[in-house]
Ligand binder design. Sequence first.
Ligand code: GSH
Length: 344
Amino acid sequence: MTALIEGNSPGSVVHEASPVDFDTYGTIYEPRGEARKAPFGAGADADVYPFRGRIDPNGEFPPEAGRYHLYVSLACPFAHRTLIVRALKGLEEVIGVSVVDPIRDGRGWAFRAGADPSRRHGGLGQTLDRANGFALLSQAYEASVPGGVYTGRVSVPVLWDTRSGQVVSNHYPEITLDLGSQFNQWAGEPGLDLYPVPLRDEIDALNDVVGPHLNEGVYHAGFATTQSDYEAGYREVFETLDLLEELLADGREFLVGGRLTEADIRLWPTLARFDSVYHGHFKLNRNRLVDLPNLWAYTRRLYAIPAFGATTDLDQIRRHYYGTQLHINPTGIVPPSPRIDWSL
Ligand SMILES: N[C@@H](CCC(=O)N[C@@H](CS)C(=O)NCC(=O)O)C(=O)O
């Protein structure tokens, strides 16, 4: 299943997953053969996202430069947030990153260096596993549970502890909070507080709407298998976009408190994917994001910040959604990018 490749740290062997093979392994939605059957469903259920460790100076996982590693997919909006915070805080030298192949068969997220077309136009690209040399991300999960039998979801993002050799957390809301606050002594931007105490109630209130109804709402519509479920998802998504369009009508630059916060980081990855993927692939076609002037101006404003724009790989995003979610796009055909002008 894997090929061996010389690792860059002495003595280590880095594995590369064998090529994507839908015929043998199916998809993660309908796995085949030796591919692992995993529970599937939307939401942040603790049973399927069981790793909830926190970075804490007095806890099991104290902050330390070079100790923790992120496993991400550039396609995944939940993982995208962790990269945005890592870049905003200037933690590139402090927290390592490995990037999975955006194309995923029934074995789940996998590491392939491949001929990555994204890297050619300046993206982060996909990588082999720089922390452990695993071929499949499931190996990181299996290494973290007694007996190696893991029954939850193999999702990204993952925060990995290289010291104890286990997953710290696969729960993105806490990963971004910890990256944003616990590594300040090594951060390039130690003073940047993305979750300031006086704004927390307002940020949380907005996240409580944006999270379930927009970030996850797009999947409710996109993955629906009945007309009524689809319509309910469609409604909640556009109601939330309308609400945000209204909120931004006063010309505010950021969602809360006149400054960049967790609220922007939670919302933005969904907006960045909207016209490229959700509008067509998820049938969320009442309008495009570019048709909502306040939201589109806001989206472009944040795209111009390198931590947002440089972590956004629309090529991988399109290839992942259209080329992997074969239960809703059985041909796997990936359309070219729509014409979007991201300039300010
Ligand atoms: N609730 C998760 C959401 C992450 C998530 O759903 N990631 C998706 C990709 S966008 C994934 O890895 N799915 C694979 C799976 O769940 O089996 C979190 O806290 O991070």
